[in-house]
Write a protein that binds this ligand. Structure first.
Ligand code: CP
Ligand code: NVA
Length: 310
């Protein structure tokens, strides 16, 4: 590759028009292959001949399987490895890993502990790098979430999305996408668990509508979408303290009743019923969490095509 590779590291880096085109492509590809067995290629197989490396420093179910199936459906292939399978786990630098893998594969997806590992990989890679979650953000997840809301008939420019709980990596990507897609974002997080002020301020400066309303009942009043995520993310070491600090931010039926009657519930999964969300909400009629999980596949196919296609 001679020109600069097209990375997918943070939604704040990518122009709104390009994100819109990715979402349109995700909808179109999902529709075009309805009813086909999951291993059947998309008719145009746009990534025929391409291979990506899928690298994991921490666990994954959805990201791992959806990226692998995405490459297969697009006509390409993938190679999955955990850092412990690689010399990376024995101290080889991420910079050298980037340079070496760039000689073997056409793109690299990384799930990293530290965001700096991802940016160092991207800085040194000669092929596109895609963020499969870091401690800072999770952009692929939000593209799938927004696809899910649109297929439920929601107009992203005219809805209010309430994030309830820890202002974690997934919350940051909702902040980063707010200016790009136009939704109003309400952040309801306890003290000590807020999204960093600098991320909120940067998004607001770019035109995002973000309100911080700490009380979850007020934050969910008349909202269109309620979102929860785990109280203990991968890498968090203070589980007991988090359980107690976040206890009042559980999404329950009572909380959902503050929202619009047709409000939707999202959760990136994995979920912990009885902690961040009650079983009656996540397994109830307002929940679209399994469509959301499926859309990781469709959204990532569009992201892979955006990054890899010459
Ligand atoms: N939502 C998500 O990223 O799931 P995994 O951790 O299973 O990949
Ligand atoms: N916030 C969670 C998301 C998991 C997909 C974590 O980082 O563990």
């Amino acid at each position: 590759m001679t020109s600069k590779p097209k990375h997918f590291l943070s939604l704040s880096d990518i122009p709104a028009s390009e994100l819109r085109a990715i979402l349109d492509e995700a909808h179109a590809r999902k529709k075009a292959r309805q009813g086909l067995p999951k291993g059947t290629l998309d008719a145009d197989a746009p990534l025929d001949g391409y291979t990506v490396a899928l690298l994991f420093e921490k666990s994954s179910t959805r990201t791992r399987f959806s990226f692998d199936m995405a490459m297969r459906q697009l006509g390409g292939s993938s190679i999955t490895a955990t850092s412990n399978d690689m010399q990376l786990g024995r101290g080889e630098t991420i910079e050298d890993t980037a340079k070496v893998l760039s000689r073997f594969v056409d793109g690299i997806m990384l799930r990293a502990n530290a965001h700096e590992t991802l940016t160092a990989l991207a800085h040194n890679a000669e092929v596109p790098v895609i963020n499969g979650l870091t401690d800072y953000n999770h952009p692929c997840q939000i593209m799938a979430d927004l696809q899910t809301l649109e297929e439920q008939g929601r107009d992203l420019k005219n809805i209010s999305i309430s994030w309830v709980g820890d202002g974690n990596n997934v919350a940051v990507s909702f902040v980063n996408a707010a200016a790009k897609f136009g939704y109003r974002l309400v952040l309801s997080c306890p003290d000590g668990y807020q999204v960093r002020g600098q991320d909120v301020e940067r998004a607001r400066a770019a035109g995002a509508r973000i309100d911080i309303i700490q009380d979850p009942s007020k934050a969910c009043t008349a909202t269109d979408v309620v979102i929860a995520d785990t109280w203990v993310s991968m890498g968090d070491t203070d589980a007991q303290k988090r359980m107690s600090d976040l206890a009042d931010w559980q999404v329950t039926q009572d909380l959902m009743q503050k929202a619009q009657a047709d409000a939707l519930f999202l959760h990136c999964l994995p979920a912990h019923r009885g902690e961040e969300v009650s079983a009656s909400v996540i397994d109830g009629p307002q929940s679209v969490v399994f469509d959301e999980a499926e859309n990781r596949l469709h959204a990532q196919k569009a992201i892979l095509k955006y990054c890899l296609e010459a």
